[in-house]
Design a protein around this ligand. Structure first.
Ligand code: ZN
Length: 204
C-alpha cells in the first residue's frame, strides 16, 4: 500500500500582533483516494506570546451541516497559561434497549393503564383511539415484531406490575435531562470565560 503524505504550514498573527504562530498540518491519501488529515503541532514564534500563552483548541461536532464535510469545526486560540479550554460536552440520550424499557421511559403508569383500556375497548390495532396507544403499538412492532393486541395487552400488563423496578421513567428521564442541561450550560459558560481571555487564531 502506498501513501502520499504532504505536510503544510499555515500562519496566524499572534495575540500581541508583532509575531506569528505556525500550524504544522499533514494530509495523506491512500490507494483509493481517501483523504486523511491532522495537525502535528503548533509553534508560537513570538517570544512575548510564547511566555504568556499556549495553543489550545475547541472541537465541535455538528449533526448535519452539508457545507462542512466532516461535520466538525475546530477553533484554535492562544490561551493564557494557567487556563484551559474545557472539552465540549455533548448531549447524551438515555439508553433503552428493550420494548418494555422504552415504553416505561416514555409513558407514566397511568398512561399505560389508559392504553390497555383503549386496546381492550377497540380490540384491533387499526381501531385504537389514543395517540399513545398508536405509539406503543409502533414500539412493539419495531422491537417485538408484533402488532397483535392479543400479545401486546398481556405484555403491557406485565410492564405495569414491574413498572417501579425500571431505572428510566418519565420523571427520572426529566431529572436526568435537567441535570445534564445544567452541566452543559456550566461547561459552555466556562468555555466562554476562557475564550474571553484568549486570542482567536486564524490560519491561512
Ligand atoms: Zn505576540
Amino acid at each position: 500500500m502506498s501513501w502520499d503524505r504532504f505536510e503544510t504550514d499555515e500562519l496566524s498573527i499572534c495575540a500581541c500582533g508583532l509575531g506569528r504562530v505556525i500550524k504544522h498540518s499533514w494530509q495523506k491519501e491512500d490507494d483509493w483516494n481517501r483523504g486523511y488529515n491532522g495537525v502535528s503541532g503548533y509553534e508560537i514564534e513570538c517570544p512575548n506570546c510564547k511566555r504568556a500563552f499556549h495553543v489550545d483548541s475547541i472541537t465541535r461536532q455538528y449533526e448535519s451541516r452539508p457545507w462542512k464535510r466532516d461535520g466538525i469545526s475546530i477553533e484554535e486560540y492562544l490561551v493564557p497559561n494557567g487556563l484551559k479550554l474545557p472539552k465540549v460536552m455533548i448531549h447524551k440520550n438515555i439508553q433503552v434497549n428493550t420494548a418494555d424499557a422504552e415504553i416505561v421511559s416514555k409513558y407514566s403508569a397511568d398512561t399505560v393503564k389508559c392504553v390497555i383500556n383503549d386496546m381492550n375497548a377497540n380490540k384491533y390495532s387499526t381501531r385504537v383511539q389514543l395517540r399513545e396507544t398508536k405509539e406503543i403499538i409502533k414500539i412493539c412492532s419495531k422491537r417485538l415484531h408484533t402488532q397483535s393486541l392479543n400479545r401486546i395487552v398481556p405484555f403491557l400488563q406485565k410492564v405495569l406490575i414491574e413498572y417501579d423496578t425500571y431505572e428510566w421513567n418519565p420523571l427520572t428521564v426529566a431529572e436526568f435531562e435537567k441535570k445534564q442541561q445544567i452541566q452543559i450550560n456550566e461547561n459552555e459558560e466556562e468555555i466562554s470565560r476562557v475564550i474571553s481571555k484568549s486570542f482567536r487564531l486564524v490560519f491561512s
